[in-house]
Ligand binder design. Structure first.
Ligand code: SF4
Ligand code: SF4
Length: 174
């Protein structure tokens, strides 16, 4: 039997990467049932920090921080319309938009502040929360508009089941 004392450290405090258990306990993560019904945000913000632009910006009232401002954001996944407006203003880049309702693969959208930007249609590496390549994805949209305050937001199509795994991309070397 493995000795728990010898297990590698996991979790936000130890590695900077949320563990599966932390994700399940995070009040910003929608239910699996809601994820399958169409686009919804996944708020992976589990630290008690003084921050609330997500709450202020969501006109649907789907995100609640309240008082004190160090509360973790709570998502009302029934109120979220999947508009994506809260992604770019999050200073922690902790908000993702996931759509697990499509037959031809999940969609995941996230801010991307690197150059060069990927191109629509390009096949890229899909990276997990730790920056490891876990699959390939196809770039469906590259938004770089006033709507997102000129912060590029990328939407990838990834294999079914990877919408809750892929959190960034890498452009493969040619
Ligand atoms: S995606 Fe739109 S509706 Fe959903 S939480 Fe963000 S701003 Fe609100
Ligand atoms: S804006 Fe981002 S970092 Fe700030 S509370 Fe909301 S999810 Fe967390």
């Amino acid at each position: 039997m493995s000795d728990p004392e010898r297990q590698p450290p996991i979790g936000l405090r130890s590695t900077g990467v949320m563990s599966e258990r932390e994700l399940c306990d995070c009040p910003g993560v929608p239910s699996p049932q809601r994820l399958k019904r169409g686009p919804v945000v996944v708020i992976e913000c589990n630290e008690e920090i003084p921050c609330n632009p997500c709450e202020v910006l969501c006109e649907k009232g789907a995100i609640r921080v309240g008082r004190p401002i160090t509360n973790r954001p709570v998502l009302d996944d029934e109120k979220c319309q999947g508009c994506g407006l809260c992604l770019a203003p999050c200073p922690g880049q902790a908000i993702f938009l996931v759509d697990a309702s499509k037959a031809d693969g999940d969609r995941v959208s996230f801010p991307y502040e690197f150059l060069p930007l990927p191109e629509k249609g390009q096949i890229v590496d899909g990276l997990d929360r730790a920056g490891r390549t876990v699959t390939e994805g196809q770039v469906l949209r590259v938004e770089n508009t006033e709507r997102h305050d000129r912060t590029p937001v990328i939407t990838l199509r990834v294999p079914t089941g990877y919408g809750m795994k892929v959190r960034s991309l890498r452009i493969p070397a040619r």
